[in-house]
Design a protein around this ligand. Sequence first.
Ligand SMILES: [Zn+2]
Length: 422
Amino acid sequence: MNKIFFVVLDGIADNPLKDLGWKTPLECAKKPFLNKLSEEGVNGSIMLINKSIPPQTETGVLSLLGFNPLNYNTGRGPLEAVGMGLRVEKNDLVLRGNLATAENGYIIDTEAGRISGKKAEKIIGKLKKIKIRGIKIKIYHSLGYRFLLFLKSKKLSPYISSNHPGYERNKYLLEYPRALRKKMKIKKIIPLKRSKDAQFTADVLNKFIERAKEILKDEKTANYILLRGANKGLIKLTNLPKKYGGKWICLGDTPVERGISKLVGMDIARKYKNPETDKLLKTFKELKKAVRKDCKRTIKKLKSVLSRYDFFYIHLKGADAFGHKGMPLHKKKIIEYFDLFFFKPLTKLIKKDDIIIVTADHTTSCRYRTHTADPVPVLIFGDSFKPDKVKIFAESQAKRGRLGRFKAKRLIKIVCGDLKCT
Ligand SMILES: [Zn+2]
């Protein structure tokens, strides 16, 4: 069986920008290795959900793996819990939390200045003393400013909104990102259904947030908490290795992609660790060092598991954050470093008949500083895929490729052989 390297570059796609001569960071970046894969492979453009719903990482990745996120409503909370190796019981309502900065009734930073994991862990530890009658509460620090909140009770409902200003949630529990502004009014969690349980859950969470605010009032940056992605228990997803054959493994760092991978039957390659590129990186020098370190670790791990697996899902974080912060030059630079430190060694590892797929889980627009519903480029390189005329891996070129624009659910079928590309 040939090996399949499925590489997801988090939020790499973007919109054309004036500062870059109306090109995107991906289009501008000097990336000879990625472009070679594009030139020798077949290209296309993927619609992840639909024209009006911008994907988050979990909905984007689920789409790429063939699941329609409109039907598979997992919730970010339980997914991250699985990714962290935590057990989710059917009465557990799990929410993803952020430490944040609030000022005079407004949220001014949804990530508390990206404080270090060490500091965040200490601060989150203080929240463990919050008690609410009738509810068993557990709180776990994950990476950097992030944490997970578990509420255990039969009476809880997932039909509640988020208090994170960067996300909207509809009554079908689908959460989607919206543009962040410099300061955004603090909002309360509200029920999304007229039910006693939903009202009760919203009340419990608002109480929890108020107590947290009191405890954190003397903190400089991490003085507020934001909660989102609530869901109860776990949903069942198709086991992909069983469906398509072979042994599958995930090389990802953050809990969300690890959680999805576990639920679809993949093994997880390495210990849970905060990638260097998750830190606040200002200079290109710092960025280069961080990407080099992360990629070196990924390639080393890849080599060590190469002979035992057939399908490798590799998720590289980093570019997305620069989109959210509106920093196109940094985004362009990180793509160049991925090319040098990841794609160069990857192309040396592959053998005849192996397949490389490169795509993104969503567009993160530097212009709008959030995810958009725009399609993402994809390239498929491998002996069984006859090249098309595209020579550069970029949004505008990809759609002219032979695969054209297509729905995400087709991708896994194309690469796993159910549909043959002609
Ligand atoms: Zn993402």
